[in-house]
Design a protein around this ligand. Structure first.
Ligand SMILES: [Zn+2]
Length: 381
């Protein structure tokens, strides 16, 4: 059921909006925590005694074609615990809102990080301009590195892959902690030596997921000879899908039969059929060219000279005797399969008997073809 959308719904949970003003093309949302008390970060004691206030201005997600800035009221509380060294502390916001000293809300920061990871620093900056995100190229790079604070000595399972600083021009190496699902390092290039040096400093790594391209594999075996190297899920799927397509391509005649495809899609040809098909395409092109020349009044002799075809061939083309129609070669039995299967299901299992029945209906093929079909059918059952 629909409910009314209040100003608070625009903000990260835990904040309320007090005032919204428009300054130039920026929406300023004056907001504060919904809580009336805060816990001291040193001793945990809850305090309601406000000492003073100040404001932070983290940028937030843009809205309705305008940049958005939160004017966030931060309260300083007194800690009344007797032995607590913190007499005054500033309230903390939930990590989902913003982190201490951050210049962006967490949701904007998340967007910035994903954008940087997806398209790389410089393109991300260009895109950010269009999206009204107030960030520079360096911010993108920094925000990716900043997600990398995991203590590196407890690294056990990592993933290594290429990463584009700039697509098609400059590549680096991206390393992820697979257990914590976080990016932990961006190396400036994709040189095996760089990766090797990085890995040597982290002997605790047990498993390395990588693509099947040989570059990283050597670096891993040299730096961590005992580590297990595995293909990651994306590359496994990629490889599996290539192999699957190749298998399908090789079995197209059977597949076409099963789906009853009559029309010809060049994409669905086997390799041999494709060669035949392309040969016919070329021949038809020649035919068209020769006929066009004749239509333009070029004498046969000159056509022969210019095209390097034999006089006989040119004559054949002009008489329309060289028109090929490409047909997928199929067994003489194919059109008769429905009837055969009906007869088979009706209890007729003898090859010669089946052949006679087909002949009666107009089948021109040999007894051998029908006999072989019956044998295959019997084996299949
Ligand atoms: Zn305290």
């Amino acid at each position: 059921m629909a409910s009314w959308f209040s100003r608070r719904d625009f903000l990260p949970a835990g904040l309320k909006a007090e005032q919204v003003e428009l300054v130039g093309n920026t929406i300023r949302v004056h907001s504060r925590s919904v809580k009336t008390a805060a816990a001291c970060p040193r001793c945990g004691m809850i305090s309601r005694r406000v000492h003073s206030r100040y404001r932070r201005r983290p940028a937030d997600l843009p809205a309705h074609g305008r940049a958005v800035e939160l004017v966030l009221l931060v309260r300083r509380f007194r800690c009344r615990a007797v032995h607590c060294p913190a007499r005054i502390f500033a309230e903390r916001f939930p990590p989902a809102v913003t982190r201490p000293y951050a210049r962006r809300t967490s949701r904007l920061q998340g967007l910035v990080r994903h954008l940087g990871l997806a398209v790389g620093g410089r393109p991300a900056q260009a895109l950010a301009g269009r999206l009204l995100l107030p960030v520079s190229k360096d911010t993108f790079l920094r925000s990716i590195r900043n997600t990398t604070e995991a203590a590196t000595n407890e690294l056990r399972v990592i993933g290594i892959d290429e990463w584009a600083w700039r697509k098609g021009q400059r590549y680096g190496t991206l390393i992820c902690d697979m257990e914590r699902r976080r990016v932990i390092e961006l190396l400036p290039d994709r040189e095996p030596a760089t990766v090797e040096a990085w890995l040597r400093a982290r002997p605790g790594i047990k498993v390395v997921a990588r693509d099947r391209n040989g570059g990283y594999s050597g670096a891993v075996s040299r730096a961590l000879p005992k580590a297990v190297q595995v293909a990651d899920r994306w590359h496994l799927l990629e490889n599996a899908s290539t192999a699957f397509l190749a298998a399908v391509q090789g079995n197209m005649p059977a597949i076409r039969k099963a789906i009853g495809a009559k029309s010809l899609d060049p994409k669905l040809l086997t390799a041999v059929e494709r060669l035949q098909y392309e040969g016919i395409q070329r021949r038809q092109q020649t035919n068209r060219m020769v006929r066009q020349m004749a239509d333009d009044g070029v004498p046969t002799r000159r056509i022969v000279r210019q095209t390097d075809l034999s006089r006989k061939l040119v004559r054949q083309i002009l008489r329309g005797e060289r028109e090929d129609v490409f047909r997928i070669r199929e067994s003489s039995l194919t059109p008769w399969l429905p009837q055969l299967e009906r007869e088979w299901a009706g209890g007729s299992r003898n090859g010669a008997e089946l052949w006679r029945r087909l002949r009666a209906g107009g089948f021109q093929g040999s007894l051998r073809v029908v006999g072989e079909w019956a044998t295959r059918q019997r084996r299949a059952e």
